[in-house]
Write a protein of this length. Sequence first.
Length: 76
Amino acid sequence: MDPDFVPNCRTAYLGGVITQTFADDVVLRISLHTGEVVLMHRGVIVETMNNATMAAWNSMAIKAQDIAETAMVSRN
């Protein structure tokens, strides 16, 4: 895990699901009940992971941030 990484997103917690929303409609959803992590971009699933660890969640958040930043740069 990268201790210096802080995702640039809005985070919401509702009913055992953490939703992190990044720029360009990049969304990371984490179920605390099942351990499933779903990464989506513009409503399309990019990657899923079952029984995810905290390190895996961190890795997916870094990937989500990268997708959002790349999408924003390519727009300009």
